[in-house]
Design a protein around this ligand. Structure first.
Ligand code: CMX
Length: 138
């Protein structure tokens, strides 16, 4: 059901500052940066092997990452697991009594299916499920 760890999301105050560590000192490469206005974040992706690190810089004001950082500061924000069938994965989690944020998948800015498991349902870790969807040009 779970095919791989897709990415680990890391909340940072300033992506450009964080890149001095993750790109310049650790030697990871940035493949793309983007604004995700629906999530109120700017993101940078640094792949390695079959997984990526995702640096998340919150917009000023509202948003889940800003709220997280106000409580906890910088650090690991979520883990994203790729699944082959997200509806079945969500149904199985619900049947096992796991607290979900999304009972059905939503589409992210790249047209991919995602859904979040509540951290209270996963021992303090925010889990994002992701299913690859073929889109034009992908
Ligand atoms: N990891 C672990 N725990 C978290 C958390 C996180 N990322 N975010 C919140 N929590 C904890 C809080 O510390 C709090 O715990 P306590 O009750 O013990 O204090 C509890 O969850 C509730 O948090 P809250 O601050 O009251 O915030 P909300 O309930 O309003 O929202 C959440 C929390 C997880 C439901 C919300 O952030 C959400 O819907 N997240 C999913 C979307 C998201 O995070 N998007 C950003 C990622 C974007 C991307 O991948 O590009």
């Amino acid at each position: 059901m779970i095919t791989r760890i897709d990415h680990i999301g890391i909340a940072v105050n300033d992506i450009d500052e964080a890149l001095k560590v993750y790109r310049d000192a650790l030697g990871l490469q940035v493949t793309h940066m983007a604004d995700e206005p629906e999530q109120h974040v700017r993101v940078a992706f640094l792949p390695r092997g079959e997984s990526e690190l995702e640096l998340l810089e919150p917009y000023p004001g509202e948003g889940p990452v800003r709220k997280f950082m106000e409580k906890r500061g910088e650090g690991i924000h979520h883990i994203c697991l790729e699944v082959d069938d997200i509806e079945t994965a969500l149904a199985r989690l619900a049947a096992n009594g796991v607290q979900l944020i999304d009972e059905s998948p939503r589409l992210n800015s790249r047209g991919q299916k995602i859904a979040f498991i509540h951290p209270k349902g996963a021992h303090g870790v925010l889990i994002e499920l992701y299913q690859y969807v073929q889109t034009d040009g992908s």
